[in-house]
Design a protein around this ligand. Structure first.
Ligand SMILES: Cc1cc2nc3c(=O)[nH]c(=O)nc-3n(C[C@H](O)[C@H](O)[C@H](O)COP(=O)(O)OP(=O)(O)OC[C@H]3O[C@@H](n4cnc5c(N)ncnc54)[C@H](O)[C@@H]3O)c2cc1C
Length: 298
């Protein structure tokens, strides 16, 4: 046992593994150890199945394909990226994967993991079809492990609930990063699984634990890269929302995601750089005039 005067909980998220997966050729991507094992498994002539078309699945699929691995990517949407990007952007995203030789299996869920007669790992899909490869990577959603928080009697909801100082319901316990559900100054109460948030909230929590009165007022951004595509974003990316798409030419887009009062709640900067601060300012001001919005980042 180790006692404490003050405690920070920053235990992150736990990845979701495929039902029935056993053995080290099924990787639920999270850690450096996962990455090292994946590298071992994808030597020459390797094949890989990646399950999940979200940020993690698409990044892993792109990285494997760029390293010469024959990749099959299984995802439930009809078009890759269409859960978060508007159609014009999702089409470009999907085309990049096809151009780089990734085999796409859209509109399907992996039902469970399976090991073939030859010992290769595989998946059985919801239509009964089976796929096998050298390695199966689950890029499924991650969840915070809230047990530590609830066992300590802390208020928990989607994460461990903290205030603007990242302090939990116990005055000597703080939480930061993926595990914390915090009151964002622009986005409202939220839980964010991204690096900028993990680093900035961690630093703020540390200063708060040392006696600072500062509040965590940084609305974090996030990013992803796949092949020649790179993007940054802030706020909520959800293709079910109304969007205002600004085509800046040469495959560059700014996409504003609007709530039911036409206020921007998310900004996607597709191939557009050095504009995160402007996007953050737009979310803070929440202009509802679309013409004004279109002229803000050019
Ligand atoms: C494959 C992958 C790709 C990603 N790509 C991006 C990206 O491109 N951009 C981006 O912004 N974000 C990305 N993320 C998300 C980002 O990595 C996370 O949001 C960030 O790492 C969260 O930091 P954290 O410190 O809260 O948790 P973690 O980084 O998960 O660290 C938590 C640590 O706590 C340890 N731990 C857990 N429980 C206990 C316990 N009971 N006792 C002791 N230690 C414990 C864990 O082992 C781990 O080492 C990616 C994540 C993954 C998995």
């Amino acid at each position: 046992r180790i006692g404490y005067g003050k405690l920070l909980i920053a235990t992150g998220s736990v990845p979701t593994q495929l039902h029935g997966a056993s053995g080290d050729r099924f990787i639920a991507m999270r850690s450096l150890a996962n990455y090292r094992r994946l590298r071992e498994l994808v030597s020459a002539d390797a094949t890989a199945i990646v399950v999940g078309g979200g940020f993690i699945g698409t990044e892993i699929a792109a990285a494997l394909a760029a390293n010469g691995v024959a990749v099959t990517l299984i995802f439930p949407q009809e078009v890759l990226g269409s859960a978060v990007f508007p159609a014009v952007v999702a089409d470009r995203f999907q085309t990049a994967y096809l151009d780089h030789g990734v085999t796409l299996v859209p509109g399907r869920l992996a039902d469970h993991a399976v090991v073939g007669a030859d010992g290769r790992p595989g998946v059985v899909l919801d239509d009964g079809s089976e796929y096998y490869a050298s390695v199966v990577v689950a890029g499924l959603s991650a969840k915070p492990d809230l047990r530590l928080g609830s066992d300590a009697g802390l208020e928990v909801n989607r994460g461990i609930v903290v205030d603007e100082h990242l302090k939990t319901s116990d005055p000597v316990i703080w939480a930061a990063g993926d595990i914390a559900e915090y009151p964002d100054v622009i986005l409202g109460r939220t839980r964010i699984e991204h690096v900028d948030h993990a680093q900035t909230s961690g630093a703020t929590a540390g200063r708060s634990m040392a006696g600072s009165e500062e509040i965590y007022d940084h609305t974090p951004f996030f990013w992803s890269d796949a092949f020649e595509i790179g993007w940054e974003a802030i706020g909520r990316l959800d293709a079910r929302l109304d969007t205002e798409v600004v085509d800046l030419g040469e495959g560059r887009y700014v996409v504003y995601y609007l709530d039911d009062k036409s206020r921007p709640v998310g900004v996607l900067l597709w191939g557009v750089w050095d504009s995160v601060d402007k996007a953050r300012q737009i979310l803070a001001e929440a202009p509802t005039d679309r013409a004004e919005l279109r002229g803000r980042i050019v």
